[in-house]
Design a protein around this ligand. Structure first.
Ligand SMILES: Nc1ncnc2c1ncn2[C@@H]1O[C@H](COP(=O)(O)OP(=O)(O)OP(=O)(O)O)[C@@H](O)[C@H]1O
Ligand SMILES: [Mg+2]
Length: 231
């Protein structure tokens, strides 16, 4: 469904991605792991069109979308939840959701279904984004992406900064999203969340993929966990 092939990326003179390749198949959850500064966010920003790769390709559903503008990538069906969450802090939860619903195409993810998936957001519907806890903000950010009715969900460290109990809730929600048939490209530093959700993993180090394997393979590979992730 998504095939990233040998992409490079630069910030000014600084060469950050050195030929990253990865794939996500239909119905799959794939994780992209790596330490701080490994290039995870840069990879996602390149996929989503915020950074144009000087070389390499991003192919989605058989179409070369490398260098497409973000709004076109998103319209094609890639729903992005950025690391900084990107919710409107001065709007209420309900307003945040209706803005997203209006932007998206209609489909199975309706406002009612979203409130069923995130009961906490229904309770907090009248609260402003700025009044939410970190976990609630993350749920709102994912809810907004789902309302666009994407065909692939791209998440940048959804568990970052969340308490273990909230991470567990998040995992349960994402499992339901996958069960509904939506594939997910998941950037994580929380290995437990990655193992609970994804069946395949890529580890990035210094802008290169240094390991790929299934959950069973990576779980058993103490050397890879230690040298690439410091676990
Ligand atoms: N806007 C920018 N300008 C210059 N360098 C940047 C910029 N954003 C990131 N970098 C650098 O690019 C490299 C990769 O950063 P990136 O944000 O992709 O890493 P990451 O794996 O997402 O890290 P984290 O887990 O901390 O979010 C790092 O060395 C970082 O310092
Ligand atoms: Mg990042």
């Amino acid at each position: 469904m998504l095939a990233v092939e040998d992409i490079h990326a630069y910030y000014g003179q600084s060469h950050v991605l050195h030929g990253v390749s990865l794939t996500v198949g239909r119905g799959e959850i794939v994780s992209l792991l790596g330490r701080n500064g490994a290039g995870k966010t840069t990879t996602l920003l390149t996929i989503m069109g915020f950074i144009a790769p000087p070389s390499g390709t991003v192919v989605y559903d058989g179409r070369d979308i490398s260098g497409w503008a973000p709004f076109r990538v998103s319209r094609l069906g890639l729903g992005f939840v950025p690391q900084e969450r990107g919710i409107f802090s001065s709007l209420t939860v309900h307003e945040n959701l209706t803005v997203a619903a209006r932007r998206g195409i209609s489909g199975e993810w309706t406002l009612d279904r979203i409130y069923d998936l995130f009961p906490r957001l229904r309770e907090r519907a009248a609260n402003r984004g700025s009044q939410l806890s970190g976990g609630e903000q993350q749920m709102l950010s994912i809810a907004r992406a789902l309302l666009l009715n994407p065909a692939l969900l791209v998440l940048d460290e959804p568990s970052e900064g969340l308490a273990p109990l909230i991470v567990r809730e998040l995992i349960a929600v994402l499992k339901q999203v996958q069960a509904a048939g939506l594939p997910i490209l998941l950037v994580e530093q929380n290995i437990h969340a990655a193992f609970a959700l994804a069946e395949r993993h890529y580890i990035l180090s210094k802008g290169q993929v240094c390991y790929t394997g299934t959950t069973a393979e990576l779980r058993a590979d103490e050397k890879a966990l230690h040298s690439h992730l410091g676990i």
